[in-house]
Design a protein around this ligand. Structure first.
Ligand code: AMP
Length: 457
């Protein structure tokens, strides 16, 4: 199947050809006709499947085909609203809109917190057709009367599952109360949990449901490997792997932001160029780190799960789990950064005795055992005792002395399994506090995420 046969307008086909795409991905084959048909859509697709073009291309087509007549000197109304959970994802989606819409007379804009309001207000005044936003800042603008959402015809919730994980449900409901009831709505989510189904029921009208194969089941181009190692030897082992095998463009995951910072300090001392990307960094620092990493100037990028979400870097040769995630699905998201578009990739996990329970959960999810390979000189101490893992200032997982599977891990009454140990809201990596409790939406800075997440990723 070709993009031409999907019936997209010529200026869009030209932009697609320039992007180097020859045929639509499976999600695009299903989503593009569904959106062009005019109905609502519930799509199950993860990052890396081409989902962004799956909704962007038909939206551009529809918007261009049905541009309402405008009197001279009147502002163009916002007709399409795309909500994303993170700033990075918002920026990338809007970049895609620009790329695919470069030959169309449509204007797009990205809007997120952590940067000044005034340039956004100016851009809105000049007129925007397609607005890509994180929920917090969008609501700030609405409150100030600087954005008009009354003409929305198309509404997209991207990575809806992640939005719910980050505690955005109240913000989403507020946005839904503002936009017109009559609109075409698309909901994209990597998973279809009960919460997502409930949201879909509220938002969507007789949606077409499409789902593409989950990457966890199909990521055969990704070579996965476990290096068992003692917890205090991980930094050394990582440096050894990077230096002995001359790795470049290594994306390294840690669970918490201070762990990311400490690791970067260590790597830099060892002569490895590294930077951390997480929610405590300014937007410009994050953008710079990402650009340097993409260009190859930066050897290692250390990220937490939430910060890494939506980072669009193709065909990364190496993804390293310096620490395993406590949420098994995050493992799949992480290693999805490598081996994209059929390219070979390697995902290496440094696993200490404390993490055996996380590993068991991950292997259960992906339905395969990941090969173990002890690196010479880094043999784990067979007498080592597991220690609890800190997942937030107030949250410990696991306790010494309890066992599961091969290695003793934290059981001991403390929640260890992802679903038990993970706070439902607050980012999954934060102490279990209720975002926005009391006065509804967390007010203030509009960072694009509720305060319980601030500084947590
Ligand atoms: P996404 O799942 O939207 O994050 O897209 C993942 C990557 O696939 C992006 O870098 C896109 O540029 C790329 N991509 C999207 N559609 C296609 C296509 N039809 N052919 C090749 N690459 C694509």
């Amino acid at each position: 199947m070709s993009f031409e046969s999907l019936g997209l307008a010529e200026p869009i086909l030209k932009a697609i050809a320039e992007a180097g795409y020859t045929s639509p991905t499976p999600i695009q084959k299903q989503a593009i006709p569904a959106v062009l048909n005019g109905g609502d859509l519930l799509a199950g697709a993860q990052t890396g499947t081409g989902k962004t073009a799956g909704f962007t291309l038909p939206l551009l087509h529809q918007l261009a085909a049905s541009a309402p007549p405008r009197a001279p000197n009147t502002k163009r109304p916002v007709r399409a609203l795309i909500l994303t959970p993170t700033r990075e994802l918002a920026a990338q989606v809007e970049e895609s809109v620009r790329t695919y819409g470069k030959y169309l007379p449509l204007k797009s804009m990205v809007m997120f917190g952590g940067v000044g309001m005034n340039p956004q207000i100016d851009a809105l005044r000049r007129g925007v057709d397609i607005l890509v936003a994180t929920p917090g800042r969008l609501l700030d603008h609405h409150q100030q009367g600087t954005v008009d959402l009354s003409q929305i015809e198309y509404f997209v919730l991207d990575e809806a599952d992640r939005m719910l994980d980050m505690g955005f449900i109240h913000d989403i409901k507020r946005v839904l109360a503002i936009v017109p009831a009559k609109k075409q709505s698309l909901l994209f989510s990597a998973t279809f949990s009960d919460d997502i189904k409930a949201l879909a029921q509220r938002l969507l009208n007789q949606p077409k449901v499409i789902e593409v194969a989950r990457r966890n089941a199909t990521a055969d181009t990704i070579a996965q490997k476990i290096h068992p190692v003692d917890r205090d030897k991980k930094k050394e082992l990582l440096t050894h792997l990077i230096q002995s095998q001359n790795w470049h463009q290594v994306l390294v995951f840690t669970r918490m932001k201070h762990g990311a910072n400490r690791l970067v300090e260590y790597l830099v001392k060892q002569g490895v160029t590294a930077m951390a990307i997480h929610g405590n960094k300014s937007q410009s620092a994050r953008t710079r780190a990402l650009a340097d990493f993409k260009s190859g100037a930066l050897q290692v990028l250390v990220a937490t799960d939430i910060a890494a979400r939506g980072i669009d870097i193709d065909q990364l040769p190496h993804v390293v789990n310096f620490e395993l995630p406590n949420v098994p699905e995050d493992y799949v998201h992480r290693i999805g950064r490598t081996g994209r578009a059929g390219a070979e990739g390697e995902a290496v996990s440094l696993v200490c005795i404390d993490e055996e329970g996380f590993l068991a959960d991950i292997e259960k999810l992906i339905k395969r055992q990941i090969p173990r390979e002890v690196v010479a000189g880094f043999e784990p101490d067979p007498h080592a005792k597991p220690e609890p893992i800190q997942l937030g200032r107030r949250m410990l997982i696991g306790a010494p002395g309890a066992g599961k599977g091969k290695g003793p891990t934290g059981g001991g009454g403390a929640p260890r399994h992802a679903n038990q140990g993970r706070p439902r809201q607050g980012g999954g990596h934060a102490a279990p506090r209720k975002p926005g409790s009391g006065n509804g939406r967390p007010g203030g800075g509009g960072q694009g995420r509720p305060p319980s997440n601030r500084g947590k990723n």
